[in-house]
Design a protein around this ligand. Sequence first.
Ligand SMILES: Cc1cc2nc3c(=O)[nH]c(=O)nc-3n(C[C@H](O)[C@H](O)[C@H](O)COP(=O)(O)OP(=O)(O)OC[C@H]3O[C@@H](n4cnc5c(N)ncnc54)[C@H](O)[C@@H]3O)c2cc1C
Length: 419
Amino acid sequence: MDADVVIVGAGLSGLRCAVRLEELGHQVVVVEAEQTVGGRLRTDLIDGFRTDHGFAVILPAYPALAACVDLDALDLRSFGAGVLVRRYNGLKVLADPAREPQWLLRSLRSGYLDPVQLAAAARWYAPVLTGVRRVLQSPDVTLGKSFDDAGFTGALRREVVDVFFAGVLGDSYGATSANYVRVLAKMFATSTPGLPAAGMVALAQQLADRITGAIRLGERVERLEDGAAATPEIAVHTTGGTLRARRVVVAGSPQSIPDLTGLPAPDTRGLITWWFEADEAPHPLPLLAVDGRRSDPTPPGPVWNAAVVSNAVPSYAPSGRHLVQATTVLDRPDGQAPEPDVRRHLAEIYGCPTRDWRVISRYEIPHALPFSPPPLTPRRPVDLGAGRFVCGDHRDTSSIQGALVSGQRTAAAVHASLR
Ligand SMILES: Cc1cc2nc3c(=O)[nH]c(=O)nc-3n(C[C@H](O)[C@H](O)[C@H](O)COP(=O)(O)OP(=O)(O)OC[C@H]3O[C@@H](n4cnc5c(N)ncnc54)[C@H](O)[C@@H]3O)c2cc1C
């Protein structure tokens, strides 16, 4: 036997599962097809710029982080608790007055703080104040319908909130579970998003560094085979040979699930992130920017959000240089927009020329996030029987939180089965 448990995939869920299983006294081997750990949260270092494989942020309020991640060691650098909104009459700041009082006047002048709409937004948000668990057990509808039901129908929703969540969820039709988005909104309301100074991959690397068993990188698992009844072990056939284990956890990416488990592929949403180098920062603030010039809510260009990431995390760019991300969503035809269109739209959003910006990298991630329509079904079964288990964000919620919880939950199930 090569290990008690072989874990397929060194994304956050697989790594979390491995750490927990070792804590419970089991011997694990992790097999990862790519050359680095992190799965969907990896970082490239290109000419001194750190470009994550898609723009993602850490919300420190995710409860699962507290259980297994040393956030101080990640040296998180925060974005502001607000957004920039391109309007026809300028680029406005809209920020949480409690956390960003210095931008209060600018927020008041944004034109979005209509008391009726703020009251509607509060009505929409209120259920989460009774507790996350309660929200998740409540009747669920789509995000769009939940906003309508709360009377949250004005410019703040159409031009800012809809556009913001479309970029976060990869769903520009507001079809995601309202209960899930309420919980996510609570994470945004109670913590400020940030990035590790060394790039997103540092989160996964921290977990990987705690694993004492082997992490076999660059080795793809091709198939699993049951042992004979007399030898209750599973053969894990990889591009590097065969491993034998008492249990196997498939913590692969959404698209690898059918081949390795026989389960249907989770429905997903896709994103493309462009990373540009700029000589001058197009804006001084560390805020996500959205285009609020249309209210249907498709922005008048392919970019659903942008940010001068180096304003928030200077270590993402060499000294004196600036790094800008732009994200398009793949559920719209212009998600695949060519570079000139992305560049032109960024020029409109920031109100400055972008023709001299240099493309550093572009990441197209068709399966960025499992789609979570209503009713939300977190905590899906992880025990497939015959010693096989499945974990990943698609078993819980499509987020860092969901991946970590899934890894933890699956470790508990494997542990119980081994005992
Ligand atoms: C662009 C983008 C933006 C995001 N933004 C956010 C955000 O802001 N906040 C947030 O909370 N979440 C965000 N997410 C979601 C978050 O990244 C994921 O929920 C989480 O990383 C999923 O981890 P996982 O372990 O479930 O899967 P994955 O990260 O997909 O890991 C699966 C691993 O399995 C490996 N693998 C697959 N098949 C095999 C095989 N046959 N053999 C060996 N290895 C295999 C893969 O290479 C991969 O490393 C974002 C995701 C993307 C892509």
